[in-house]
Write a protein that binds this ligand. Structure first.
Ligand code: PMP
Length: 297
């Protein structure tokens, strides 16, 4: 944690090309720790890298083992995990040439991304002046570091103006996503969420779509403008960090009754239950971490 060193001429620091993943491990209701959808996160890590031509020097199994070893070594019962692949130093200039690809994994305890109160009562968002990067000039599917320049600016703008986070529209004015989470709306019992490629197809988004399908709820992946969001009965965000966070206000307009609605609450509850219980997950979604070795007193 304190000894990591990165050279000042690290290519990715100058030109912004790297890929990353955010994953969570949860303490299970019956004891032990499991990583939620680790395989899907590592698959997206690999796909992101392929899209931006970063050759990962380790295969899936090696990264999976390293991740589980890290959780064990840090004796976490629950944690957030950050995988990062970046281009190291060597030749300078825009072309990364043969510079080495570096990979690091960090883990730490991280509570509710938008605060405990946000998780319970809902958060306040503002539509950003920054449009989400268009998929004509970036890659929506790649969780690439450089894609986040607009997200960082949009998030800071929202926080400086007193909101919890932002909503980014795409270049045509359709609702895209938040700075680090996907967005859903509910109106008259129909759930809608914007489709790729103008968004990062989130793994939590996929989990929530699965939960909605299990309940026989109508869910459409389709584009909508901000007026549909303002007049929705419910809005919520999904993300590994944000989990399922209700939205109570957007641009100073209360959403629905200004409190989390029944769809948001049920999906939140179902999500938080399944990440803590392998028995509620489809096969392969929950990867147990080895128990830390017992140290004799
Ligand atoms: N959109 C953006 C821009 C994100 O950074 C994230 C977080 N990775 C998400 C959506 C949600 O993705 P996931 O559910 O896979 O964490």
């Amino acid at each position: 944690w304190d000894e990591g060193r990165v050279h000042l001429l690290t290519h990715s620091l100058h030109y912004g090309l790297g890929v990353f993943e955010g994953t969570r491990a949860y303490e299970q209701t019956d004891g032990g720790t499991s990583v939620f959808r680790l395989r899907d996160h590592l698959t997206r890590f690999n796909q992101s890298a392929r899209i931006v031509r970063i050759d990962l020097p380790f295969d899936h199994q090696t990264l999976e083992k390293a991740t589980l070893d890290l959780i064990e070594a840090n004796e976490h019962d629950s944690c957030y995990l950050r995988h990062l692949a970046f281009i190291g130093s060597g030749s300078m200039g825009v072309d990364p040439g043969d510079n080495p690809v570096r990979i690091g994994i960090a883990s730490w305890k991280w509570g509710a991304y938008l605060g405990e109160e946000g998780l319970r009562k809902g958060v306040r968002l503002a539509v950003s002046t920054h449009a989400r990067l268009s998929f004509a000039s970036s890659f929506g599917r790649a969780k690439a570091t450089g894609n986040y320049i607009t997200a960082v600016l949009a998030k800071r703008e929202a926080v400086l103006r007193g909101y919890d986070d932002c909503v980014m529209l795409d270049a045509n004015g359709y609702v895209a996503e938040s700075s680090g989470a996907n967005l859903f709306i509910v109106r008259d019992g129909v759930i809608k969420t914007p489709p790729p490629p103008g968004i990062l197809p989130g793994i939590t988004r996929d989990t929530v779509m699965w939960l909605a399908e299990q309940r026989g709820w109508e869910l459409r992946q389709m584009s909508f403008a901000r007026d549909e969001m303002y007049s929705a009965d419910e809005v919520f965000l999904t993300g590994t960090a944000a989990e399922v966070t209700p939205v109570r206000e957007i641009d100073d307009r209360p959403i629905g009754d200004g409190v989390p609605g029944p769809y948001s609450l049920e999906l939140q509850q179902a999500y938080l239950a399944m990440v803590r219980d392998e028995g509620l997950c489809p096969k392969g979604w929950s990867t147990p971490a080895p128990a830390p070795a017992l140290v004799e007193a």
